[in-house]
Write a protein that binds this ligand. Structure first.
Ligand code: GAP
Length: 440
């Protein structure tokens, strides 16, 4: 993170920039805001999509051993009974008798003192609070019609293990990848989009022969850490933290978190877990379906073990924003610039005719027409050019193309680079090849 952006204020700067430039809005703001839910604006929807696309590209497109899935969000209790979520997906909740505030007991600095009012010894006994959202399918509100909004995308992949393996003719080691919304009734949502009740996950379930599980676990830890580094998170803001023995779930033989240095300290972006055969065995027992693999080469049947890299898309987007934010002095003024990796940048190119004169519009539209089919472009013809550059810097646009009056004579444009502010003069006929090279 650049020096100028101090940790103390960086968080507020990101929240303010998000609203001002259209990354993220508080949900239902005109009704006073719906706590812990957020809407992704015109720029945020592009950034979030680019985060998910970068994940999909690396996890599915560039591999031959991973296929995709988009499972339903509404799911029957049987899935959550088998997975253990109905029983165990809980947080300990305490109420303060003095001020009525509710807290997660395991997140309190002092388990005896209410952080809202300071009262000591006023907490109720902890109750286990299940984080799953329940609703009813169909018109009758009755127990038989109960369904859940999934709290993770993972189970959709376990219950489709056989369907996917048979349809795609894959065999272990192979993986199923999924991106989608998950819902958790968090007791203490907060820190902007870091912890919300509705969020997006990017999860891979990678099924391996039991004897190879440790090796694949190490492999995925390395791969996933590198993904964040390749997309521009600096090494000193990223770490892989193996869980202590008392943090591990009973079925996991190893879990590591990819952590980012948020303004409030190190916190989780992704968990990579060596889950053994727990999930397939549970669903096999509860459904009566045999969820295993017959290896014809060795003539053996086994339940594959699962390595699960599970990341949050919305949370990761926030980490990219925080690490890209920079401020610098330029000719006595502060320039705010998002130094986003070009793969993540919402717009790759902004086309900016110097003035809104009829003479420049046709050629500016011609340039836009060349670039728009290939890259997400912005087109902006109002305000002074300096202000338009500053706006694009705040959106993280790597390149601005300026069409000026010389363009009419020499059929060339000025390309301004976001990071260095250097400018190149490029013939219109060479623009596509020029950006192809820079944005590949
Ligand atoms: N299937 C395993 C699983 O869901 P998790 O650690 O509970 O594991 C994976 O969730 C990732 O999902 C987290 O590392 C985090 O990035 C994201 N995530 C979890 N809860 C979240 C929330 N309330 N708001 C935003 N992101 C969340």
């Amino acid at each position: 993170m650049p020096e100028a952006a101090t940790s103390e204020s960086l968080f507020d700067k990101i929240v303010n920039l998000s609203k001002r430039r259209g990354f993220v809005f508080q949900s239902a703001e005109i009704y006073g805001g719906f706590r812990s839910a957020y809407d992704y604006g015109p720029i945020g929807v592009l950034l979030l999509r680019n985060v998910k696309d970068a994940w999909w590209r690396s996890m599915v497109q560039l591999r031959t051993d991973v296929v995709g899935l988009d499972a339903s969000i509404l799911s029957p209790p049987a899935i959550w009974e088998a997975s253990g979520h109905l029983k165990n997906f809980t947080d300990p909740l305490v109420d303060c008798r003095n001020c009525g505030a509710r807290h997660r007991q395991d997140k309190l600095d002092d388990p005896d003192v209410c952080p809202s009012c300071g009262a000591k010894g006023q907490f109720t006994e902890a109750r286990q609070f299940n984080l799953m959202f329940k609703t009813h399918a169909g018109p009758v509100v009755e127990t038989a019609a109960e369904v859940y909004l999934r709290p993770e995308t993972a189970q959709g992949m376990f219950v489709n293990f056989l369907n996917v393996m048979n349809a795609s003719r894959k065999k272990p080691p192979f993986g199923i990848a999924q991106i989608g919304k998950s819902f958790r009734n968090e007791i203490t949502p907060g820190n902007f989009v870091f912890r919300t009740r509705e969020f997006e996950q990017m999860e891979l379930e990678f099924f391996v022969p039991p004897g190879d599980a440790d090796q694949w676990y190490e492999y995925w830890c390395r791969e996933r850490l590198q993904w964040y580094l390749d997309l521009g998170i600096p090494t000193d803001k990223l770490r892989l933290r193996p869980h202590d023995a008392d943090e591990l779930s009973h079925y996991s033989s190893g879990t590591s978190d990819v952590e980012f240095l948020f303004p409030w300290g190190w916190d989780e972006l992704e968990g990579i877990a060596n889950r053994g055969d727990y999930d397939l065995t549970q669903h096999s027992t509860h459904s009566g379906e045999r969820l295993d693999f017959f290896d014809q080469e060795s003539n053996t049947r086994y339940v594959p073990h699962v390595i699960e890299p599970a990341a949050g898309a919305t949370r990761t987007m926030m980490a990219f924003l925080l690490s890209a934010y920079d401020e610098e002095e330029v000719r006595g003024e502060t320039r705010v610039v998002l130094r986003l990796h070009h793969r993540l940048a919402p717009y790759k190119v902004a086309v900016l005719p110097l003035s809104k004169k009829d003479t420049l519009t046709p050629v500016a539209r011609e340039v836009l027409g060349l670039l728009q089919p290939r890259w997400m472009c912005d087109y902006d013809e109002t305000q002074a050019i300096g202000r338009r550059y500053r706006r694009q810097d705040e959106l993280g646009t790597p390149f601005c193309v300026t069409i000026d009056f010389d363009t009419l004579d020499d059929r060339s444009v000025t390309v301004r680079h976001r990071d260095s502010m250097a400018q190149d003069r490029v013939p219109i006929d060479e623009l596509v090849a020029y950006f192809d090279e820079l944005l590949q």
